[in-house]
Write a protein of this length. Structure first.
Length: 101
């Protein structure tokens, strides 16, 4: 025992937590100060799934999980995020078509 205390895991957790807080504040800023266009909504959805990934990876210990679980989680984040963003843009094109009638 050398008496040396390692703070590295706590430092990583703190950095991730601060990043999550920054992304949350950015999402609030975008939602509050911009009109909620498709681009802004897509950005907010993307930021939300970045947060989902970071929470799963760092706070639910998926970074140490078996590779199949990590890949499945990452694929789920990408597919669901892409589906929601596609729906945001798809919904706007439907509204534009209805207005044109």
């Amino acid at each position: 025992m050398t008496g040396h205390i390692t703070t590295r895991p706590y430092t990583r957790t703190l950095v991730v937590w601060v990043g999550l807080m920054a992304v949350t504040i950015l999402s609030w800023y975008w939602a509050d100060t911009h009109d909620l266009s498709s681009l802004v909504n897509s950005g907010i959805i993307l930021l939300a799934f970045i947060k989902v990934y970071l929470v799963g990876h760092y706070f639910m210990e998926l970074r140490n999980a078996p590779p199949l679980l990590r890949v499945t989680f990452t694929a789920w984040c990408v597919v669901i995020c892409a589906a929601l963003i596609t729906e945001v843009f798809g919904g706007d094109t439907m509204a534009i078509r209805e207005e044109a009638r």
